[in-house]
Design a protein around this ligand. Structure first.
Ligand SMILES: [Zn+2]
Length: 316
C-alpha cells in the first residue's frame, strides 16, 4: 500500500530501534559463565526498582542509564538479571532492589520507562525495557500457578522455578493489537478512551484473545469499540510495551463501513479525521498530539505524511 512510502517511514519507533545488544540467552543457565561475566572489569550494572532506573546527562548531550562496574554494585545475586552483551563484549546486568541508590551527582535522577524511553539511546532504552519487564514479571510470579508454593529466580532472571513441584515459569508477553483505520476517503479513525484527558485522541487498540489470530483481533476490537467493519489489515511494526507486559502489534486497517457507533465503555468518542481536519484540530488545541514514544504516533504519522506536532511539555 503506497500510504507507507513517505517521508516518515524511516523514523524510528520508541523501543524498537536496533539496540546493538545480543541477549546471549544461551548463557543464562551457565552459573560459572555468569559469575565470570559478573566479575569482569568491563561489565556494567544498573539498578532497577519499581519500574524506575537512574538516568543522567551524558557528555555528548544525550541521556544514559547510570551504570557502575559490578565491583561497585551491591552483592544481591538473587535479584540479578543478565541482559546481554554488546558488540564490544561488554556484559550488562540489572540488579533489582527495593529502592534506587542515592543520587550520585546533581544531574542523575530516577525515571520510569515512559520518560526514559524517549530520552535514552536505543541501547539503554532496550536494556531498561528488558529489565523493567523482568522486574514486573518477577514481582507478580512469586508463587507457582500450578501448586501455589513459592517460586525462586533462575536463569539469570528469566525463569522462576517452583521448588515444590518443579514447574518452570517463563516471563509472559501479552500480544496487543493497535491499528489506524482509514476509510474510502482516506480519513483516519481516532478514538478517545473514557479515562483519557480531554483532547486526547489516538488509534484504537486492544488485547488479542485466546484462540484468535491477530488479524481477527484487529477486526473484533475495531467493531467492538467503534462499530466499524474492517475490510483489510496490513501489519506495519511492533513495539515492546512493558506496562506491564505487552507487545504492541501495529497495523494499518481499511474500513468496510463508515458509520461510527462507540461502545461507550472503553471508547467515549470516535471520529473520522481528514488530514486537514486533524491539522486544524492540532492547531486549535482541540486535539492533543499523541504521546511520542508510542507506536500509535508512528501509525498516525504514516497516514498523516509528515511528523506530528510535539506534545506540549514533551522533552526536546
Ligand atoms: Zn509448583
Amino acid at each position: 500500500m503506497s500510504t507507507f512510502d513517505n517521508a516518515t517511514a524511516d523514523r524510528p519507533i520508541g523501543l524498537t530501534a536496533p539496540s546493538g545488544i545480543d541477549r546471549a540467552a544461551h548463557h543464562r543457565l551457565d552459573e560459572a559463565w555468569l559469575a565470570a561475566a559478573w566479575s569482569h572489569p568491563t561489565t556494567r550494572v544498573f539498578v532497577v526498582s519499581g519500574g524506575q532506573a537512574l538516568i543522567d546527562d551524558t557528555p555528548d548531550g544525550g541521556t544514559g542509564l547510570v551504570m557502575t562496574p559490578s565491583f561497585e554494585a551491591p552483592l544481591t545475586e538473587t535479584h540479578r538479571y543478565f541482559l546481554g552483551t554488546d558488540e564490544k563484549g561488554v556484559r550488562y546486568f540489572a540488579l533489582q532492589k527495593d529502592s534506587l541508590p542515592g543520587r550520585m551527582d546533581q544531574s542523575a535522577r530516577p525515571a520510569g520507562l515512559r520518560e526514559a524511553g524517549m530520552l535514552l539511546g536505543p541501547r539503554d532504552a532496550a536494556l531498561m525495557a528488558h529489565a523493567v519487564a523482568l522486574e514486573n514479571w518477577q514481582r507478580l510470579h512469586r508463587f507457582c500457578s500450578r501448586c501455589g508454593e513459592r517460586t525462586v529466580i533462575a536463569a539469570a532472571g528469566h525463569i522462576r522455578r517452583c521448588q515444590a513441584c518443579g514447574a518452570e515459569h517463563y516471563p509472559r508477553t501479552d500480544p496487543a493489537v493497535i491499528m489506524l483505520v482509514t476509510d474510502d476517503q482516506d480519513r483516519a479513525l481516532l478514538g478517545r478512551q473514557v479515562h483519557w484527558p480531554e483532547g486526547r485522541f489516538s488509534t484504537l487498540a486492544g488485547f488479542v484473545e485466546p484462540g484468535e489470530s491477530i488479524e481477527q483481533a484487529v477486526a473484533r476490537e475495531v467493531f467492538e469499540e467503534a462499530g466499524i467493519t474492517v475490510a483489510e489489515v496490513e501489519y506495519v511494526a511492533s513495539q515492546p510495551w512493558p506496562f506491564p507486559s505487552s507487545l504492541m502489534l501495529g497495523f494499518m486497517a481499511r474500513a468496510g463501513t463508515s458509520e461510527i457507533e462507540v461502545d461507550g465503555e472503553e471508547i467515549e468518542e470516535a471520529r473520522w479525521f481528514s488530514r486537514e481536519e486533524l491539522t486544524a484540530a492540532f492547531e486549535s488545541g482541540e486535539v492533543l498530539p499523541p504521546f511520542g514514544l508510542s507506536i500509535a504516533a508512528r501509525l498516525i504519522e504514516l497516514w498523516y505524511g509528515k511528523p506530528l506536532p510535539r506534545p506540549r511539555g514533551a522533552a526536546a
